[in-house]
Design a protein around this ligand. Sequence first.
Ligand code: HEM
Length: 273
Amino acid sequence: GLSSLVGVGPGLAARLGLNVPPALLTELPEFPGDRLDPARGGGDLVIQLCAADRWPLSVVAEQAGAAARAAGATVRWTQSGFLARTAGGATPRNLFGFKDGTANPNGPEGGQWVWGPPGPHEHGTVLVYRRIRMDTAAFAALPMDRQEQVMGRRAGDGAPLTGTAEHDEPDIYAKNPDGSYVLPATAHVRLSSPRLDGGARMLRRGYSYDDGPGDRGLLFCAFMRDPAQFTRVQNRLAARDALNAFVEHTASAVAYVLPGAPAGGTLGEGLFG
Ligand code: HEM
């Protein structure tokens, strides 16, 4: 039950002459409010390992680290995370208690915005990783209706404030009788809405982490064809997201995720030369 992905950082992609357009793989800019620890992010190669149990992860991570060291590399950072098991494909909740991962691209949207175009990049994508500390106590102290205004969705069923069911599309134009927006101007789902981005969607597959008191949060992992999309969304969020009072970005990485290898093939074989 173990799955893995391998991503190549911008520096190594350039040194290997990997056939990835440089515009699609550059370091992210600095965003207002960032408190990034370089020792917890960046690097040449990222390996993400996922499994239902911790034990195979530890064993395989150990082996991958040993193989990397034998090849002359050093392990720059590791980060473990977790995700609640949910029944029947239900959306899991993050450490603020809200369903997280509701609005993700469907198949055709993924083909347009997440995976590379037909050709050598067809099964490749770009990973943006952000380690985001969350002040869970301060958020939990807000009255529930205030929490929902911050998010733009209801805590119970995850429905947008403009809808009745979890998968209703948030309507960023809907107004109250007094003329104010139903989804407040600073609500997270307004500012991250694909409607502000020509419909562009990223595939979010986050995990929670718990590194002890005062250091818990979200390992934001999002996949997209062009990381400039992340930059556009994060610039909007950094400027006015109501969540900003409760979160702090503490590490960052970007990597080109190699297309999976065919049976008997080698990862990334179509991308050299
Ligand atoms: C700790 C920080 C964050 C928390 C707690 C958080 C939480 C949430 C929640 C609860 C939702 C609504 C449910 C869903 O559609 O999944 C959501 C939606 C979304 N978030 Fe975040 N998020 C965080 C950071 C970010 C960041 C850094 C970005 C990108 C720069 C981002 C981009 C999005 C997008 C694109 C959506 C979907 C909007 C839509 O299509 O309606 N989020 N987030």
